[in-house]
Each structure stands twice: as structure tokens, then as C-alpha cells.
Design a protein around this ligand. Structure first.
Ligand code: ADP
Ligand code: MG
Length: 554
């Protein structure tokens, strides 16, 4: 590393902005090493990219704080948040994220206790000239000061975060050992402040499990915690409008991620393989075997290889279910608010009026038992508007003024009285695996690499504009970017090689992320990202309009 960045910057005062580029590379700044990775071409371009690296001795964290993977992950999020808070200027931009604890590019704590911060820095200019003294303040004072403040974390704060990380890891393990697919602790606050503010509602009604569904776990620090356990099978959430059904389901969707202490969903966890599926008319579908749900289309299209540029609500939801299972989903989460009615239900009267041979759709209600019993896929669904699911539910939870009540027995008694409805399907069969043509997934755009996230709405991947608005478990802008880099890594590394099935390609991605973490995505692009799950990656791939697939050989 070079010395005297401050003098170099001061010497550049008033020279042409492009000369900032001469500063690329590593510098000693006090006890840390600053790496200027990328320099913006003009003062109005997106910020330059810098990395600040502390060895264990200078970072000076307590060894117990970085003793496990979960602790390091939580600590990194805490440090990024402390950095953001300590930062005196908008010219340094660290991606500190929201309520979830995710692996991000912005901060990493190493197994040896070293710490790296990666962030954007807006290099200052007077018009097209370098503001060198200001830049020296930014990079040689503000930046290391913010990092020092972040690292000066006290025992009580860091201790609380790492104990929380231990507890959540233990909770996930116990929930899975007991054989549950989700757990919602008593006292949890599931409601959020608003649709744009993900912090907990301040004066909401805390969650309380009905006795019949209550489970107790023993956590290393929090001790005994009681909550509602959701077992495999089919779980139906019912209740009047505005009574908190969707809020519960959204908490489960988010339960695949860990949350920061005090989030309200601290001890709300769902199986990491839980996937929210919904209707999304207008999306593209490529070669998906939806025939369990859609058959005998009037157009005569083959629904074992169903493709469309413009799916209907029902076919889009059928595709989303099949694609999620193909990617390895173990739990499906479905909300009536975002589901296609005709894919969910077809009641006795409608069966009378419209004969089965004139209805291409098989509603989920006729398939869901087979999914649960023969394929081990749990389903949690919110359905306040139709009683037909009582026939197939293993348990029914009634949300009453935000408090759940177990009404399984009453629902079973009701289901014993026939409605005249007939089951119209033989069962669900595992959809045919597909192989992605890697040439159809290319980030090349007019000769230039291009991957860009548009918040949680869209992902630009080369010439493709992928609409991900309906992929509801994407947490934030950085995760959208992470999906783009993960797809690029999968193509570059040959994980998508024209031979591997979708599941196999995702297995390879997961294996690399397990072994190397963020490095896998950093090799694609030194930029802000959060590491997505395989399901978000698959969801984006499946929404690519350019995607081409073929059947895996039998
Ligand atoms: P449903 O899906 O049953 O119609 P929602 O889950 O959409 O109901 O909730 C309706 C409203 O109640 C939302 O504004 C939500 O934020 C609020 N809410 C949900 N749970 C709670 C709670 N535990 N305490 C206070 N307000 C809540
Ligand atoms: Mg709702």
C-alpha cells in the first residue's frame, strides 16, 4: 500500500477530475488499509467504490463476538448500521440494510476477527476540477472516523446482537428438529408501521399462541420461549377481513430471514425453504409443466411444456408453484389477497354448471393434499372467503382481532357435512425437470456487461428487463442486485451449463455460497448487494422473457 493519501489529494486540488483515477489501489490510512476500487468518471456519476480493511488487532473486537458464523453475520450488520449512524456526510454511502440480517457486501467480519467495510464515496469536485482538500477530509478523516466509531461497539450492544444470533440459530435448529415448518413466538409483534416502514408497529397487539398449537423451545440466552408451532401438512388461516391474516402470513414469508433484535419478529422463523407464491398476470412462462393445474386448454397448447409471453392470473400462479417446487421449495405460502380465485377454488355449484371437461383448471384445493402427503410440501394459506379448504386442511387457525385461535375441531365438524363438491384430480405429480440454455441467460448488452437493480421491482440483466415485483420475499434493492450477480456467477462458472437441471444449477450456486459467501458475488461485481436464496434467483431466471429451456433427459 502507498502512504500519504491526504497529501496526494491535497496536491490534486484544482486539477482535472479524471486525475482521481490515479489514486486507484491500496493506501495506508492510519491503522486500516483503504482500497480505492473504482473511481467515478465525473462528480455527477454514481459514487466511487472504496473498501476499508482492518486486521483483527486494529478492529479489536472481542473474540467471542466472532466465534460462530451466525455471530459474525449479525455483527457485520450491526457494524454497518453503526457506520451509517456515525457517518457525518451523505458523500459516504454504506448499505446498512433494513430489518433483516443478511450477508451483504457492505460489511464482513472474518473468522479471524478482521473487518472489511465496502461503500460508495462521492469524490468531491468544483465543477470538473478536483476538490482535493475536501476529498482528503472525506477519505482520510470522515471515513476512518466513521469506521472507528462503528468498531467502538460496547459489550452491551454487541453482546445483545450475538446472543440474539445464538438464540435464533438455536430456535431454527429446534423448530426443524421437532419437525415444524414455522414458529411464531408469544409476544411477537408481526404488524409493521406501514407499507413503506418495516419497523414494528408501536402499539399493536402482541402475538399469543392458542394452547393447542403451543410449543416450547429452550434458547441458550432467552431461555424458555413459548409460541405457535406450524406443523407440516396443510394449514389454513381464516378470519374476518382486517383481523390480521395477511400480517401473519407476511411474517412467515419474512421468517426465512433472521431479523435485527427488537424487530418484533425476533423469534418468528419459517423453514428456509418457504416460498411465497402468487398470481402475476402478464408475466412470461417458459416451458413449465403446469398440467397438474391446467389441462385441455381451448387453444390446444401443451401444458406439460407451457410457455407464454402473457400469462393469466391462474396460469401464472400455477407456474409459480411448479417453479418453486422445481427449485426445491419445502413450504408454499399463499394469500387469497394475491391469489387467482379460479386456481384456488371451484365450488359445488360451479362444478354443476361447468362440466370438468370444459374447465382446464384444477384448483389447488384438489391437489394440495397430494402435495402434502406424497411430496412432503407443506402449505400455509390464507383463505377467508371460501370454506372448501376445510375439507383438506390439517389445522385451521382463526385470526380474531390479531389473536389466533385453533378452530380445527369446529372446521372438521363442518367439513363432515357434505357440500356436494367432488374432488377433481388424481393427485399431484412431480413436474418434469428442466435444463436452462445458458446462451439465453446473458448479461451482454451491446458488447457491455450490464446488471442493474431497480429497487425491488426490476432487474436489468443485459438486454433482459426482469420484472420481480411479484417476488415478494426480495427484501431490498441490494438483494435484487445480488440476484443479478448470482445469475451472472452461475453462467460464468458454468453452473448453468446446458446440462444441469435447474435444481442442480441452484445446488452448485448454494454450495459455492456456503463455501465462500460473499466472495462468489464480489467476483462478479464489487458493488452493493445482499445474498439472496436460491428461490429468489430461480424466480428471476423464470421471469426472464429470453429464457430458453429443454427437458432434462429422463
Ligand atoms: P386481513 O388479511 O385479515 O384482512 P391484515 O393482516 O391485512 O388483515 O391486517 C389488517 C390491518 O391490521 C393492517 O393494517 C395491519 O397492519 C393491522 N394489524 C395486523 N396485525 C396487527 C396487530 N397484531 N396489532 C395491531 N394491528 C395489526
Ligand atoms: Mg389479507
Amino acid at each position: 500500500p502507498r502512504h500519504d493519501l491526504s497529501n496526494e489529494l491535497t496536491a490534486l486540488e484544482g486539477t482535472s477530475y479524471g486525475r482521481y483515477k490515479s489514486l486507484r489501489g491500496k493506501w495506508w490510512t492510519g491503522p486500516a488499509i483503504l482500497d480505492i476500487l473504482k473511481v467515478q468518471s465525473d462528480p455527477f456519476a454514481p459514487p466511487s467504490r472504496v473498501e476499508l480493511r482492518f486486521d483483527a488487532e486494529t478492529a479489536d473486537l472481542l473474540p467471542e463476538w466472532y466465534a460462530t458464523e451466525e455471530r459474525r453475520r449479525a455483527l457485520a450488520v450491526l457494524l454497518a448500521k453503526r457506520f451509517r449512524k456515525a457517518c457525518p456526510t451523505r458523500d459516504l454511502r454504506i448499505d446498512a440494510g433494513g430489518q433483516e440480517i443478511l450477508r451483504r457486501a457492505s460489511c464482513q467480519v472474518g473468522e479471524d476477527g478482521s473487518v472489511v467495510f465496502r461503500l460508495g464515496a462521492q469524490f468531491p469536485g468544483h465543477g470538473r476540477r478536483i476538490a482535493g482538500r475536501q476529498a482528503a477530509r472525506l477519505l482520510c478523516d470522515d471515513l476512518p472516523d466513521a469506521a472507528d466509531d462503528a468498531l467502538a461497539v460496547g459489550e452491551s450492544e454487541a453482546g445483545a446482537w450475538v446472543r440474539h444470533a445464538d438464540d435464533v440459530a438455536a430456535l431454527r435448529k429446534q423448530v426443524s428438529d421437532i419437525g415444524l415448518v414455522a414458529f411464531v413466538a408469544d409476544g411477537a409483534m408481526l404488524a409493521r408501521r406501514s407499507g413503506v416502514d418495516d419497523r414494528p408497529l408501536e402499539k399493536g397487539v402482541p402475538f399469543r399462541s392458542p394452547d393447542s398449537l403451543a410449543v416450547e423451545v429452550e434458547l441458550p440466552h432467552a431461555g424458555r420461549v413459548r409460541g405457535m408451532g406450524i406443523a407440516p401438512g396443510v394449514t389454513l388461516i381464516v378470519g374476518g377481513g382486517f383481523h390480521g391474516k395477511s400480517t401473519l402470513l407476511r411474517a412467515l414469508e419474512s421468517g426465512v430471514w433472521d431479523h435485527v433484535p427488537g424487530d418484533g419478529r425476533d423469534f418468528v422463523v419459517a423453514d428456509r425453504g418457504a416460498v411465497k407464491v402468487r398470481a402475476e398476470d402478464g408475466r412470461a412462462v417458459t416451458g413449465v409443466d403446469v398440467h397438474a393445474f391446467v389441462d385441455h386448454l381451448p387453444s390446444g397448447d401443451d401444458t406439460r411444456h407451457f410457455s407464454t409471453e402473457n400469462a393469466s392470473g391462474s396460469t401464472s400462479q400455477a407456474a409459480a408453484i411448479v417453479e418453486s417446487l422445481e427449485a426445491g421449495a419445502r413450504v408454499l405460502l399463499i394469500d387469497e389477497d394475491t391469489a387467482a380465485t379460479n386456481l384456488m377454488i371451484r365450488d359445488a355449484r360451479m362444478q354443476e354448471l361447468v362440466a370438468k371437461d370444459r374447465e382446464p383448471l384444477t384448483p389447488l384445493v384438489d391437489v394440495v393434499r397430494s402435495m402434502a402427503d406424497e411430496h412432503g410440501v407443506a402449505v400455509v394459506l390464507v383463505m377467508g372467503g371460501s370454506g372448501d379448504y376445510m375439507d383438506v386442511a390439517d389445522r385451521v387457525v382463526l385470526m380474531d382481532a390479531y389473536v389466533p385461535e385453533d378452530v380445527t375441531e369446529r372446521a372438521k365438524a363442518l367439513a363432515a357435512k357434505p357440500t356436494g363438491r367432488r374432488v377433481e384430480a388424481e393427485g399431484f405429480r412431480t413436474p418434469r425437470p428442466r435444463v436452462i440454455d445458458p446462451r439465453s441467460v446473458s448479461s451482454e448488452s451491446r458488447g457491455k456487461q450490464k446488471i442493474r437493480a431497480d429497487d425491488t421491482d426490476g432487474l436489468r440483466f443485459g438486454e433482459s428487463e426482469i420484472d420481480v415485483r411479484a417476488v415478494e420475499q426480495i427484501t431490498d434493492h441490494s438483494m435484487t442486485a445480488g440476484i443479478g450477480y448470482a445469475i451472472e456467477a452461475a453462467v460464468r462458472q458454468g453452473w448453468i451449463d446446458g446440462e444441469a437441471t435447474v435444481a442442480e444449477a441452484l445446488d452448485r450456486l448454494d454450495a459455492a455460497l456456503d463455501a465462500e459467501g460473499q466472495e462468489v458475488l464480489l467476483r462478479v461485481r464489487d458493488a452493493d448487494f445482499a445474498v439472496p436464496r436460491r428461490f429468489e434467483v430461480a424466480a428471476a431466471l423464470n421471469r426472464m422473457r429470453e429464457l430458453r429451456v429443454r427437458d432434462a433427459p429422463a
